[in-house]
Design a protein around this ligand. Sequence first.
Ligand SMILES: [Zn+2]
Ligand SMILES: [Zn+2]
Length: 170
Amino acid sequence: MLIEVSQIPPEGLDIDLPPETLDLGTPADLWEGLASVRAVMHVGRSGRGVVIGGTFAGDLLLICSRCLERFPFQAADRFDLYCEVGTPTMAGDQRELDDDELDVTYLEEGRINTDHLLRENILLSLPVQPLCREDCRGLCPQCGANLNLGSCGCRAPVGDPRLQVLRKVR
Ligand SMILES: [Zn+2]
Ligand SMILES: [Zn+2]
């Protein structure tokens, strides 16, 4: 959704975004590409910029970092942002770029792109190492079986050199 900044009334705007499917972009190895996202936010004007605050909840599929299975995950968080609307890149504007400048990606020619805003906030809220469950047993390092589904029959855990030696002797 695009919000025209110039049409935000002085008292601000309450926005209730219905569930929508959002493309999260290149999936990497962490998430599947699509998320179903709902959000409520308040948009207000402040000085030369806009203040955006609200909450979101998104349902998506993550990929477990141990067993590589996909599992459903709900990302939910709140956000509070300030972005400057200013005229786009004025000549002679020599201000140094700081982290706040990243917020500018939500603004396109005087409009707030809520899709971009939600996408970035969802990605920021994801766990660095997703786990399908706390005690995920991962994959067998020897045969690759998913150990959550049961034992694969491989005996000795690899990585213990003493056991490797024993096995050779036997
Ligand atoms: Zn897992
Ligand atoms: Zn195995």
